[in-house]
Design a protein around this ligand. Sequence first.
Ligand SMILES: [Cu+2]
Length: 336
Amino acid sequence: MQKFHSISRRAASLLVAAFLAGAGTSAVSATQWQALVGAQSADLGNQALAFLPNEFWIHAGDSIRFTFSTSELHTVTFLKPGQTRPPLNSPVTGNFVGCPGTTADGSGFDGSLCVSSGPSTTGLTYTVNFPSANNFKLVCLVHTRMTGAIHVLPLSAPLPYDQAFYDRQAGIDRAGLLADAIGLEGLGYFDALQTAHEVTAGISAVLATGGGSETTSVMRFLGPTMVVHVGDTVEWTNLATPPFHTITFGTEPANLMPPSPGVTLDPDGVRHGVVGSVNDSVNSGFIGAPNQETVLQPQSPLDFTRFRVTFTAPGTFNYICGLHDVLGMKGTVIVH
Ligand SMILES: [Cu+2]
């Protein structure tokens, strides 16, 4: 009797131990990590187009909750490896393209099906789960030079960093990118001073971490207040690598990408418009330097980086960047 008691007690304690061990393992896995999407200055003019941080090492079964933090639009997107990057909006409908489309908050990504949020701003979050081990590329469909890397490791692998480390990384990156933007503002202003009647239409710089690229961008028209005479021509130059900007007078067209009818090309290839009344609607189209040279790809054409406007009547002419006026990217030309 005594002996039986001790065997059953030992069996019972072994059972309890096995149960506790089992419970321990499942409790260990599934962590929700936190990341920020973008950062901005108080006046919204300087934007960090970056995932903060833009590299994670996590376990299979974990998830990442992305918190959108800017008035500038961004997406959280995981394309399938090799999937063609879609345009942000359909040139036909103007609607967001995406995977196509968006996927539900909390979707799982394992590389077999694209996962994407819609274009989002401050206050929205988007969570992605990672059920299986692999290394994945994170992109934003609004900004080409804004990427990241998610390393999903098997449960048995130790993780190199904790959330506190990622928060510090995000803070350092955020501060660095916004500080760089202040430096770029000075450069953009200085550049505009080099020639008469010149405005810098945004300036940016692309940087990188081990996880991918990030862009710091000044979403402002920089340069002295533009006061000119009837017949004078003002020139805008976009010093940003992305993003695009526009110079838009009057009514904003539904599709900002092409220049408005009546805009011609100067012999040096620069788009040129004429404004003769405050009721005139003239749009530069997308101005910027998106094309990068890529080995084994056809050489890309020269970019439309500038826009010129001749003013044929006196008045005060307000204009906007049709893409970033929500961030305060606006200007005025006074013509005497
Ligand atoms: Cu973005």
